[in-house]
Design a protein. Structure first.
Length: 396
């Protein structure tokens, strides 16, 4: 079966999360991704979080289906090789500090001359323009600037961060959308490429729903609300008899009525003041108290069984042990059995999104550092003697 991105050639110059996550998704759907890494050290992600045999187990996910080429982009020879690779690429992905590629002679103005059809994704903290463009930008800072961190946590407490680098991943997803749009435009409108400028903080801000119009219209500054979702009721986490929490979203009008019937409060379900969301929001504490009292009388499993039977959206709070053992994850192909280079079994996340005719897949294991350097450079016509000399000088 032909993969949807088969024949699309991607050159990845990024490192850590945002750029590499974007190219990971493209590779899962058939794009030919060549990843450039610094000689000796490689992508710093190789040493992030839990290591096995000297390499991060995260690497097995973030770099699957890619080829690794070591290249010192600070050296003129490395820059020349990069230009030759870019000439043959459809997409270039980079997430360096703005201006870095320009310092190496690899800025957009230079690259579009050698490859007018190039699509270039540039991911940075603050974007390629504006007064903050030169600031160092990591996901944690972007999440705060984009408005997410202010809303996270309990009222009156120090705002907390989400436990993963969500800002980087959101930027990568926006980048993938941009790449696909740009490729579509190029193929439909005469072959011209373009730059996709994704700022981490803007990707986060794009998820902030009604924050800005609410502030613009009424001056409302939404505040953190713990486990609830302000302005939508009832939606909260409720402590059950066994100390575990049920997440219950009874905020649809008919769903609310079924929920109140289930918990033995038809008086609330039939109250005309609570028939619609705006009325429920005004009395959310009263509603939450009623649901909380019901949940506290039952164990979590019994609460969820009753809610599911009544067709009320509900669930528990999963940790990774719950995820790894959940039959629905398995049935959907989201837990994939794999092995690390030394044969150690490992489980990795499956592919998203699911496509009926051209599904993505895991075709090749994440590469060792520089595993494909010789093959890729040889295909460019760079002979073994030259490669040996460059290797001795640390260029590859």
């Amino acid at each position: 079966m032909k993969r949807p991105l088969e024949g699309v050639r991607v050159l990845e110059m990024g490192q850590l999360i945002a750029g590499p996550f974007a190219s990971k998704m493209l590779a899962e759907f058939g794009a030919d991704v060549v990843k450039i890494e610094p000689p000796e050290t490689g992508d710093p992600l190789r040493k992030w979080r839990l290591l096995h045999d000297g390499t991060s187990v995260w690497w097995a996910v973030q770099s699957r289906n890619k080829k690794s080429v070591t290249l010192d982009l600070r050296a003129p020879e490395g820059q020349d090789v990069a230009r030759r690779l870019i000439r043959e690429s459809d997409v270039l992905i980079e997430n360096f500090r703005p201006g870095t590629l320009e310092e190496w002679g690899l800025g957009w103005d230079a690259l579009k001359e050698i490859n007018p059809g190039l699509v270039m994704l540039r991911v940075s903290g603050y974007g390629q323009t504006g007064p903050y463009r030169d600031r160092a930008g990591f996901g944690v800072v972007a999440e705060a600037m984009g408005g997410l961190r202010h809303l996270s946590g309990e009222p009156g407490r120090t705002p907390v961060r989400v436990g993963v680098s969500i800002g980087d991943s959101l930027a990568a997803l926006h980048g993938v959308v941009g790449i696909l749009l740009a490729l579509r435009h190029r193929d439909q409108q005469g072959g011209k490429g373009q730059v996709i400028d994704v700022a981490l903080y803007e990707a986060v801000f794009n998820m902030m729903e009604s924050l800005l119009p609410e502030y613009a219209v009424s001056g409302t500054v939404r505040q953190p609300a713990g486990s609830s979702l302000p302005g939508i009721a009832p939606t909260n986490a409720y402590r059950c008899r066994d100390g575990k929490y049920a997440l219950i979203a009874g905020n649809g009008d008919s769903i609310f009525r079924r929920l109140m019937e289930l918990i033995g409060r038809p008086d609330l379900g039939g109250d005309p003041d609570l028939a619609h969301n705006d009325g429920r929001v005004r009395q959310v504490e009263r509603i939450d108290t009623a649901i909380g009292e019901w949940a506290a009388r039952h164990a979590l499993d019994d609460v969820l069984a009753a809610l599911n039977e009544a067709r009320i959206p509900a669930g528990k709070i999963y940790d990774i042990a719950d995820i790894a053992s959940d039959p629905h994850y398995r049935a959907r192909g989201m837990i994939v059995d794999d092995v690390l280079p030394d044969g150690t079994p490992v489980q990795v996340p499956g592919i998203v999104p699911k496509m009926s005719e051209t599904p993505g897949g895991i075709y090749e294991a994440a590469p060792a550092l520089g595993q494909h350097t010789d093959a890729v450079l040889d295909a460019l016509g760079i002979d073994a003697a030259t490669r040996a000399a460059w290797r001795a000088r640390g260029i590859i």
